[in-house]
Design a protein around this ligand. Structure first.
Ligand SMILES: Cc1cc2nc3c(=O)[nH]c(=O)nc-3n(C[C@H](O)[C@H](O)[C@H](O)COP(=O)(O)OP(=O)(O)OC[C@H]3O[C@@H](n4cnc5c(N)ncnc54)[C@H](O)[C@@H]3O)c2cc1C
Ligand code: SF4
Length: 469
């Protein structure tokens, strides 16, 4: 088996899939290593437990000292989390990027504060390649809740997403898109290069450590599905294992300390459900066609609401809460019986990167979070707003899920200041030459919108840099 490449990329999600695909299509000799399996649309079925087992990391939790644990969700398969996400495609707001320079001193090539202008050409390329389009095809459940937002003086508007016209609004985005309408990095960047023999892809390959000689990254060590250990050499190593795993891999390689694993942003989210008299069938929709941006910025509340969706039955029934805590017994059974009547809205809250990835000496992982009062206030406000909107829309009962994070970011962030960041503006490690980070870990401060398009833009920028370097 070949063991020498120009570039080895660890992780095939939003970041890694794009760096690998871009470079392979430009003629670079690239190896893409992915810890999860290689499942495609031919394998995907709406079988919640099976998909969660095959396509997701086993559920992990961020622990609060004095609060309930926060569920961490991420994909573990070729395409990473883009294989099981809902494909909302939003550019970052200038106000979010302004926080980046403040956090890490990040500047652009001209030494100016990094801005959305520095990302614009990369956004454009990704949007074109993924066919980003507006979703105005709202289903009944969106129209059901819309008057509730209007009653609060707010509004719903269509989202943009990387889903093409073959989207049958089947609702199984989290189990992998069966029509390939949903554009993961797998069915775009990766397959386009891999199917033409331009990219070497090894799935079920768990990278254990980055190899470093004399301050320069020289390759990686990984174990395959049978447990055998392999070494590969490369001129550049790109770690794109996701914001929960990238810092662990660096620490296991003896490259921890400093900002590695610190400043993890969770962009915490909660589903708030309203029960309506009429069946709504919110499980048979493209999950997010609309959003409310009226409270996006911290000074306006600091949250974005997405509409409308509902978890599949296992997720729905295992997470329901009301003001007394988790639902049990008869109230839970009654709620589950009326499954078709519930409509969920997703309340995503701005946070301040107060979580951390902790890697033990024995390789164990732990995730800690301590929200500040300002973050608790935003969480409370977003819940109250969502409840009020659903009740104003005519919901007979409102319940909600516990907190989760689907948008982890910032645990190996980019910046000019090595004290507060792990990599420089070109995503190259401050400590080790030819070692790059290429995933959501880079984002210096949590975005107020879904992050994948920005991660993809940063990855495209990194691919350009690697090609030129
Ligand atoms: C349910 C859900 C819905 C979402 N919906 C949206 C949405 O609508 N819009 C949006 O913008 N964002 C959405 N997101 C978030 C978005 O998908 C992620 O932010 C994005 O995919 C992160 O990209 P990444 O490259 O950082 O990591 P990932 O995409 O998670 O990729 C990391 C990859 O690295 C692999 N890996 C980890 N460790 C190793 C190792 N040691 N060796 C080899 N491989 C390894 C992982 O298995 C994984 O495949 C959603 C997330 C979830 C969970
Ligand atoms: S709703 Fe659309 S994008 Fe989602 S899985 Fe179904 S066909 Fe794919």
């Amino acid at each position: 088996m070949k063991d020498r490449f120009d570039v080895v990329v660890v992780g095939s999600g939003a970041g890694g899939g794009i760096v690998a695909g871009e470079l392979a299509q430009r003629g670079r000799d690239v190896l893409l290593l992915e810890a999860g399996g290689h499942y495609t649309a031919a394998d995907f079925t709406r079988f919640e437990a099976k998909a969660t087992h095959e396509l997701f990391w086993p559920i992990r939790f961020a622990l609060q000292a004095d609060g309930p644990p926060i569920v961490l969700l991420a994909g573990r398969c070729v395409g990473g989390t883009t294989t099981i996400n809902t494909k909302v495609a939003l550019r970052v707001h200038e106000r979010d990027v302004a926080k980046w320079h403040e956090a890490t001193g990040l500047t652009n090539e001209r030494g100016e504060s990094f801005s959305t202008g520095d990302l614009a050409p990369y956004y454009q390329r990704v949007e074109q390649r993924l066919g980003v389009r507006e979703r105005t095809d709202w289903t009944k459940s969106v129209y059901t809740v819309e008057p509730g937002f209007a009653a609060l003086g707010a509004g719903l508007e269509p989202v943009h997403s990387y889903t093409d016209v073959n989207c049958m609004r089947c609702g199984s985005c989290l189990q992998g898109c069966p029509t390939n309408a949903g554009k993961s990095t797998q069915n775009t960047y990766i397959h386009e290069a891999w199917a033409r023999g331009l990219l070497e892809l090894r799935a079920n390959a768990n990278v254990e450590r980055v190899l470093v000689e004399g301050g320069t990254a020289t390759g990686v060590e990984y174990s395959d599905a049978a447990g055998a250990t392999h070494h590969v050499q490369a001129d550049a190593v790109v770690v794109a294992a996701g914001a929960l795993n990238t810092p662990q891999l660096l620490t296991r390689s003896g490259l921890g300390g400093g900002a590695v694993g610190r400043h993890l942003g969770l962009h915490p989210v909660r589903l708030v459900y309203g029960r309506f008299e009429e069946p709504q069938d919110a499980h048979m929709v493209y999950p997010i066609t609309a959003h409310c941006m009226d409270h996006q910025h911290d000074e306006d509340g600091g949250f974005v609401i997405e509409a409308t969706t509902i978890q599949d039955p296992i997720g729905f029934a295992t997470g329901l809460c009301d003001e007394h805590g988790p639902l049990w017994g008869k109230p839970l059974v009654e709620a589950a019986r009326r499954y078709r009547h519930w409509v969920g809205v997703l309340a995503m809250v701005n946070d301040e990167n107060n979580a951390a990835v902790v890697t033990g000496d024995d390789g164990s992982e732990r995730f800690d979070v301590e929200f500040r009062p300002s973050e608790h206030e935003r969480l409370d406000r977003s819940l109250q707003f969502s409840r009020d909107a659903l009740l104003a829309a005519g919901a007979k009962q409102v319940l909600w899920s516990g907190l989760a994070s689907t948008h982890v970011q910032g645990s190996c962030r980019m910046g000019d200041d090595p004290e507060r960041s792990v990599v420089d503006r070109n995503c190259e490690s401050h400590a080790v030459k030819r070692l790059y980070v290429g995933d959501g870990s880079l984002v210096p401060m949590t975005l107020s919108v879904n992050p994948s398009l920005t991660i993809m833009a940063l990855a495209t920028r990194l691919a350009d840099h690697l090609e030129a370097a």
